[in-house]
Design a protein around this ligand. Sequence first.
Ligand SMILES: Cc1cc2nc3c(=O)[nH]c(=O)nc-3n(C[C@H](O)[C@H](O)[C@H](O)COP(=O)(O)O)c2cc1C
Length: 100
Amino acid sequence: MSKIAVVYWSGTGNTEAMAAAVLEEDEFEPMFSACEANLKGKKIALFGSYGWGDGEWMRSWEETCIGDGAVLACDSVICNEAPDAAAISSCKALGAALAE
Ligand SMILES: Cc1cc2nc3c(=O)[nH]c(=O)nc-3n(C[C@H](O)[C@H](O)[C@H](O)COP(=O)(O)O)c2cc1C
């Protein structure tokens, strides 16, 4: 079985709630810097919560990751502030896509 790392940072808990839905368990392994430097050929999926704007930050992040050689497993998931039911559902689907 492949090893999956769910790497996130969350100040107030919104992104943490998304991460919990991605894995549906509580075993997280924050290792952001290590992953960022080693994305070539890696299957990844991106998610995050934002406060304002239209999600441009995610488009920029996708471009950066693709530029680093990462392969996106599915559409990225973004939500405004706290994730609603649709965002949680999308996070679960994201986790499933990573596990394929
Ligand atoms: C210091 C600070 C800076 C922030 N900067 C941005 C920003 O540049 N763009 C944005 O969309 N939201 C910004 N936000 C809002 C957060 O992204 C938003 O509240 C998000 O839901 C927080 O998720 P978290 O609970 O996982 O930290 C900022 C919030 C704080 C406290």
